[in-house]
Design a protein around this ligand. Structure first.
Ligand code: NAP
Length: 258
């Protein structure tokens, strides 16, 4: 299939490489910065453009991997009379592409993507189409680049996107705050890495609630008080500690609660 990649960021690069590796022909990369378009085009062995007007009319599939706010307004910049147009956003309706093309849908990779990372293990793809035919077309295409392809309408995708923010973005923010705390208190964040990996790996086998540990779930009030004492000078961590402990204790007896 002839594919045009619109965007040259993380998602464009990772999906572009997977599409090429699957044997499709990428004919063009568009980016508003020619330098960025050329960089990705060189990897994908295709032409680079930085002008909306110069986007090829010859594509069979247009992969739109631009910032969400640009995708939401895409019809102000570009539209096409032929070909299938898909965006890659978890948090945008498929219908934002209504004014962009007749045939459109979504190809949302449920993974945190960085263009510097060369290889990704199977990336789940959540797909949707404007019509049954559009969906079938996108499903066929998605099957070439992932073994985990699932139809997900706007609501399903949005719910997963919310859950993804918790398991990915917020978790990483907690790592960041904990690392800063380690630096400030002179202890090694590196020593925590096996613990981070162990906890993440456990939920591959068990339900998260079955493997919850820590002072709050044990009702260890005296330890929690000592921790909070140490966190007085770290307002975000102090607040998160109280909030998470309260949430964890919600199922415990009142006597254990802070
Ligand atoms: N990264 C992920 O982990 C991930 C995962 C799943 C889905 N997605 C979705 O994939 C899409 C792209 O995300 P990303 O993470 O790949 O973003 P990214 O790396 O920041 O790349 C964004 C792209 O949008 C372009 N862009 C930004 N503002 C623009 C404007 N005003 N006009 C034209 N182009 C503009 C950028 O062009 P320049 O090169 O000129 O800056 C760049 O090519 C989003 O819809 C996102 O929700 C991302």
């Amino acid at each position: 299939m002839r594919v045009v990649v619109i965007g040259a960021g993380n998602t464009a690069a990772v999906l572009g490489r997977l599409i090429k590796d699957a044997g499709h022909e990428i004919i063009q990369v568009f980016s508003r910065e020619l330098f960025n378009a050329e960089d990705l085009a060189e990897q994908l062995k295709c032409r680079a453009v930085n002008d909306w007007e110069k986007i090829s009319h010859d594509g069979q599939l247009y992969l739109v991997a631009l910032s969400d706010r640009v995708v939401a307004d895409l019809d102000k910049y570009w539209s096409t009379k032929q070909g299938m147009v898909v965006h890659t956003a978890g948090g945008l309706s498929k219908h934002v592409l209504k004014g962009v093309a007749k045939n459109y849908g979504v190809l949302y990779p449920l993974q945190s993507l960085r263009k510097e990372k060369a290889v990704y293990e199977a990336i789940p793809l959540l797909i949707d189409g404007n019509t049954e035919d559009d969906l079938a077309f996108i499903a066929d295409f998605a099957g070439f680049i992932s073994t985990t392809v699932r139809q997900a309408d706007d609501a399903y995708r949005m719910h997963l996107h919310v859950a993804a923010v918790f398991v990915n973005n917020f978790t990483n923010h907690l790592y960041t705050l904990a690392e800063q705390y380690c630096v400030n208190t002179g202890v090694s964040f590196n020593l925590l890495k096996p613990l981070i990996v162990e906890t993440a790996e456990r939920i591959l086998e068990f339900e998260p609630s079955m493997v919850q540990t820590g002072p709050a779930i044990r009702g260890d009030v005296s330890t929690m008080e000592k921790h909070l004492e140490l966190l007085q000078e770290y307002p975000p961590l102090f607040d998160f500690y109280r909030l998470f402990s309260k949430s964890l204790q919600a199922s415990l007896k009142p006597a254990f609660q802070l």
